[in-house]
Design a protein around this ligand. Structure first.
Ligand SMILES: [Zn+2]
Ligand SMILES: [Zn+2]
Length: 750
């Protein structure tokens, strides 16, 4: 049996089934899987396992074989692993299971209100792992010898805690401590105290599973505003933790799949439509809130004492990753948090909360970390014999990917590589993952961008293959959908921020004919200057200027043509002559066919983030949120049938609407509708010319679900087969998967 079957309580689970059925035989870990040997009854047991596997397990393959050698005469046993140390891998951290939750809430239980309860079905895994084999000595639980009672549970195959490495109780396990900002202990029950402090509007730093979090009452505007001011995080939405599903139903709009996802053992942050009243500064300008349910015993106990949603955002200073160490937290978060809830179990590996959005009833992963990493993706069997590849990802939202034995293992989300702390994280995790999987790369896959830190780090590590950014986006989706390495070409439509093109310009609105081995650029968005280079990524008005200039020419008199448009005065106050000359002379004004910058320009025209984006993607997210307040609008601007990929008509339509006083949300919606039509029309036309049956959608801008949904529907209505990212992020967080698979396929071909 292969799959995620080790370290997930599989053997005790089989042992229980076998006991119930009175089977004779044994179960053991074996290589990358689990081996069950039986005198009889194998079919029944396999059917039972297939029907109802242990909660954290994932069975990829079940195989039945005859054995000639001797079995135990009677009974069913859990036997030591065959062939010495097996590579068991590491499973993702799992949210508290119902059995442990029942115990932690039971005043009669010895783990009543114990914040570190866990079992083989739940608890910390990757976040506490220092090395393999995965046993207690190699985790941050090594400092906590088990008491006799816990040891008894650990040794008993019939117990839910049989070989549960983080097993602990109040007598032998980690302990909580509450301290003030000066590091002085606060007396009383720490969790009761934290609840009281939050109710009183205080900011509390909480050492969570994979890092520190900052908590504050989400209904207390003064407190949330204070957190934002202290954290220097003016606009970016803050995630919430909700006590239970009832509170979730009051705070956001829930449907069945969203409920299932919130309650799953991965327990991600899910983006859902807001409904309840919260402090305005929780998520300014956003129609959706990122919400999660308690996923550790600590959070369960704490949330039960709170009647309001709680802001729970990562405990870091701007640009840096979440802090994991007690002393560092006190030092660096001392100016932000009023109190610190600490504990004495170390966090070995930083782990952010995962983020998932719902596209209708389908979850789509936006950030993949806690609960998901490092579970591997089983690729098409054609990848099984290809060389090992390590892919380094991109510099934003960095993840890396190990491809070996037909499986792709994507690291947890680490973040943006400008931060030296994230660079250290990447190096640390690279070493850990390589050790966990006994992995040695035959080739390193990197982005084509020569300035990327990830590219340079890859070059330090070995022989590299450069993979074009958007080709990698497409390959990632192909890999996720189980396509073979020699799959026929697809049409990849990638709407993205910025990615390095093979012609030295910046790409980001691409129609590529692609298979795993190569690609051809069939069409792309018009290349528009980014006046000021990097500054144009942060200041949407620069894109507005460049777009209007490209659409109407440098001499155009917009005032004469459209009247006094609301943005004109602000735009004319900028040094436009100088910027025009910069563009004409190609001075610090690289050309980019970026979908992201088109969104920025349209946002700026509507007065959304005109001057400055406070975080990456803010203008586009706000523009989407604005459009989503107008769900019935179906209008579009005229699209030229033979020249769809030109923006003159689009801009004429937008500016004309503005001059007529059409509401901004309606214009935002018409822009989305029109762009979906332009993209669809172009895609269908180039796909037809090349007889491409399958259309793959990807890139960060495709996470705009309004646009994505419209494109997907228009394409499907025309009979196209559409593949889109599901479990791996459409943005650069998923790009390493594409880099790895395309490189392996190419090496095989040479
Ligand atoms: Zn449990
Ligand atoms: Zn104990």
């Amino acid at each position: 049996m292969r799959g995620l079957v080790q370290g997930v309580g599989f053997r005790p689970f089989v042992w229980h089934l076998a006991q119930q059925a009175g089977l004779v035989g044994e179960v053991l870990n074996d290589g990358g899987g689990v081996l069950i040997r039986l005198q009889s009854g194998a079919e029944g047991l396999m059917a039972a396992l297939r029907e109802n596997p242990p909660p954290l397990a994932r069975i990829d393959a079940l195989e039945l074989r005859d054995y000639a050698d001797l079995l135990p005469e009677s009974g069913f046993h859990i036997t030591a692993s065959a062939g010495g140390a097996a590579r068991t891998g590491i499973t993702p951290d799992a949210a508290t299971c119902p059995d442990c939750l029942a115990e932690v809430l039971d005043p009669e239980n010895r783990r009543y209100r114990y914040a570190f309860i866990n079992c083989t079905n739940c608890g910390p895994r990757l976040s506490i792992t220092r090395a393999i084999p995965y046993d207690r000595a190699h985790t941050t639980m090594a400092d906590f010898p088990m008491c006799p009672v816990c040891q008894g549970e650990y040794d008993d195959p019939a117990n839910r805690r049989y070989h549960a490495q983080p097993n602990a109780c109040p007598d032998c396990g980690p302990q909580l401590e509450l301290v003030n900002a000066a590091g002085q202990p606060v007396s009383g029950d720490p969790l009761d105290q934290v609840a009281a402090l939050l109710k009183a509007g205080k900011i509390v730093a909480i050492k969570g599973l994979g890092g520190f979090q900052l908590a504050v009452d989400a209904c207390n505007e003064a407190a949330v505003a204070r957190l934002r001011a202290r954290k220097h995080r003016p606009g970016k939405p803050l995630a919430l933790m909700l006590r239970d599903l009832d509170m979730a139903a009051e705070t956001v709009v829930l449907n069945g799949p969203a409920r299932d996802l919130l309650q799953s053992w991965q327990a991600p942050i899910v983006l859902l439509e807001r409904r309840g009243a919260l402090a305005p500064s929780v998520a300014p300008g956003q129609a959706r809130l990122g919400v999660m349910l308690p996923n550790t015993p600590l959070h369960h106990i704490l949330m039960r004492a709170l009647d309001h949603p709680t802001v729970l955002t990562s405990g870091n200073i701007s640009g840096d990753p979440q802090i994991t160490d007690n002393d560092e937290a006190l030092q660096k978060l001392g100016g932000i948090a009023d109190y610190f809830l600490l504990h004495d179990r170390d966090i070995a590996n930083r782990m952010d909360d995962s983020v998932v959005q719902m596209i209708g009833n389908t979850p789509q992963t936006l950030r993949r970390a806690r609960g998901y990493a490092p579970a591997p993706l089983q690729l098409h069997k054609g990848f099984a014999d290809l060389p090992n590849v390590l892919a380094m990802g991109a510099d934003l939202k960095n993840t890396f990917c190990l491809l070996a034995n037909g499986r792709a293992t994507l690291s947890q989300h680490m973040g943006d590589m400008q931060s030296p702390a994230i660079q250290r994280d990447v190096r640390h995790n690279l070493a850990l993952y390589q050790q966990i999987y006994g992995f040695t790369p035959a080739r390193i896959a990197v982005d084509m961008h020569p300035g990327y830190f990830s590219t340079r780090l890859g070059e330090e590590l070995g022989e590299v293959t450069h993979v074009q950014h958007h080709h990698a986006h497409i390959a990632a989706v192909m890999a996720e959908h189980g396509m073979p390495p020699d799959a026929p070409p697809v049409l990849g439509v990638v709407l993205d921020g910025l990615g390095y093109g093979d012609d030295g310009t910046i790409w980001g609105g691409e129609f590529l004919q692609a298979d795993f081995r190569g690609y051809e650029r069939l069409a792309h968005f018009p290349a528009i200057a980014l006046p000021g280079g990097d500054k144009a990524n942060q200041q949407p008005w620069r894109n507005l200027f460049a777009h209007l200039r490209a659409a109407f020419g440098p001499e155009a008199d917009l005032r004469a043509r459209f009247g006094p448009l609301p943005f004109l005065e602000a735009l004319e106050a900028k040094p436009l002559n100088m910027m025009g000359q910069m563009i004409d002379n190609s001075l610090n004004s690289p050309l980019a066919s970026s979908a992201g910058r088109l969104f920025d320009a349209v946002a700026a025209a509507l007065g959304v983030c005109f001057e400055q984006q406070r975080y990456e993607g803010e203008a586009a997210m706000q523009l989407q949120a604005l459009a989503e307040t107008c769900p019935t609008e179906t209008g579009t601007y005229p699209v030229e049938t033979d020249r769809a990929l030109a923006w003159e008509n689009l801009w004429t339509g937008i500016l004309y609407d503005m001059s007529e006083g059409v509401e901004k949300n309606r214009i935002a919606c018409r822009f989305h509708n029109t762009l979906a039509q332009i993209v669809t029309q172009t895609a269908l036309s180039v796909a037809e010319k090349r007889s491409l049956q399958t259309i793959v959608l990807g890139g960060g801008v495709m996470q705009n679900r309004l646009l994505f949904f419209a494109i997907q529907k228009l394409l499907q209505d025309k009979g196209a087969i559409v593949l889109a990212p599901i479990d791996y992020p459409a943005n650069d967080g998923g790009i390493a998967l594409g880099q790895a698979t395309t490189t392996a396929a190419r090496m095989n071909h040479l």
